[in-house]
Design a binder for this molecule. Structure first.
Ligand code: SAM
Length: 345
């Protein structure tokens, strides 16, 4: 009985429905901003449950919009909810919600891509990286282009223990276009295995929780939506700087249908490409005729370690970019082309 009494105290008092709020404040979804609202509170409750227990939790909700997901977070017992919303039209509706949950909800009118989350919460909620995750969660249903950009930025933050991860191993529960959710969680040999799979999985446990059909959103997007939950690992599976890992993974996957040595080769200047590629593959003990999608995280760890070793021997390799070499060659070729060649053409 006491437990249900406690639960009842989380619940919001009667409020206009999210649909009524949208009408009241004339909150038409902006197509250019890819705004698709989730108004079914059973679905927002289900999404919020994927984060785990929110009792007494600190939560950052990204892009609350008309506040459907926000209500579910408050009803789940969050003690301190910070919402970051870019579109000023939503602020009055969010204020109404915040008044219904006194002392539990803070509103930031700003851009999550630049917001300093490392300053948004009290320092004393931090937990040592090696311990349990802090009682801080990031939850959001963002436009697809923003959520992909954000997860790349947050993975880098995770590697450097900055941003939301200045407090410890903060957990994230976010929406993505279904295909992106599948890429984030794809295992070795699967068709969706990609750069995102490696970058996410070497740093965290990634779970593809469930899919929401596009028709559940208002207005309906052209695609279905996947909910993905991330828990940072105590020990990343690759112990090299994020930028270096990203460079190796990006190079390998740029020729995703070819043998992996082809992408690895592009890490090196043409003049020494064959020799250094061979050295790197041997040092890593990776079969050069595996395809990128066949490589496991330990394969990528061995490749990143071997590349880091070569870079300590020859530091200029780190800044080498084969596209830059191609561009220079192309320009030099044009400068050396005799003028009458153009006249003849
Ligand atoms: N959370 C609401 C829901 O589930 O119904 C709204 C979802 S809508 C797909 C995305 C929301 O993110 C919109 O309210 C939009 O204004 C907001 N948004 C878009 N880009 C943003 C950014 N860079 N920073 C903060 N909010 C952003």
């Amino acid at each position: 009985m006491a437990a249900s009494g406690k639960l009842a105290s989380f619940r919001l008092p009667p409020l206009p429905t999210v649909g009524e709020l949208i009408k009241l404040y004339n909150l038409r979804a902006e197509k250019q901003l890819s705004q698709n609202f989730l108004l079914d509170l059973r679905l927002t409750d289900k999404l919020v449950r994927q984060a785990g227990s929110l009792k007494d939790a600190h939560v950052c909700e990204v892009g609350p919009g008309p506040g459907g997901l926000t209500r579910s977070i408050l009803n789940a017992g969050a003690a301190d909810l910070l919402v970051v919303e870019k579109d000023s039209r939503f602020i009055p509706g969010l204020k109404l919600l915040s008044e219904a949950a006194p002392g539990r909800m803070r509103i930031v009118h700003g851009d999550i891509l630049t917001y300093r989350m490392d300053r948004g919460f009290p320092v004393n909620i931090s937990k040592p990286w090696e311990g349990e995750p802090p009682n801080l969660h990031v939850i959001g249903n963002l436009p697809f282009n923003v959520s992909t950009l954000l997860i790349i930025k947050w993975l880098e933050n995770m590697a450097n223990r900055t941003g939301p991860f200045a407090y410890g191993r903060t957990r994230l529960t976010l929406t993505f276009q279904k295909e992106v959710a599948e890429r984030l969680t794809a295992s070795t040999n699967s068709k969706q295995r990609s750069r995102l799979s490696i970058m996410a999985q070497y740093l965290c446990t990634v779970r593809n929780c469930f899919t929401i059909p596009g028709r559940a959103f208002v207005p309906k997007p052209d695609v279905d939506v996947g909910i993905v939950h991330f828990t940072p690992l105590v020990q990343p599976q690759i112990q090299q700087p994020f930028q270096l890992v990203e460079k190796v993974v990006r190079n390998v996957f740029q020729f995703r249908r070819k043998y992996c040595h082809k992408g690895v080769g592009k890490l090196f200047p043409e003049a020494c490409r064959i020799e250094l590629t061979q050295e790197m593959m041997q040092k890593a003990d990776v079969d050069p005729i595996l395809r990128p999608t066949e490589l496991t995280i330990p394969h990528f760890r061995a490749l990143a370690d071997a590349y880091a070793h070569l870079c300590t021997q020859e530091p200029s390799l780190l800044s080498y970019d084969f596209r830059e070499e191609l561009r220079r060659k192309h320009l030099a070729g044009r400068r050396n082309t005799p003028v009458d060649t153009f006249i003849d053409m």
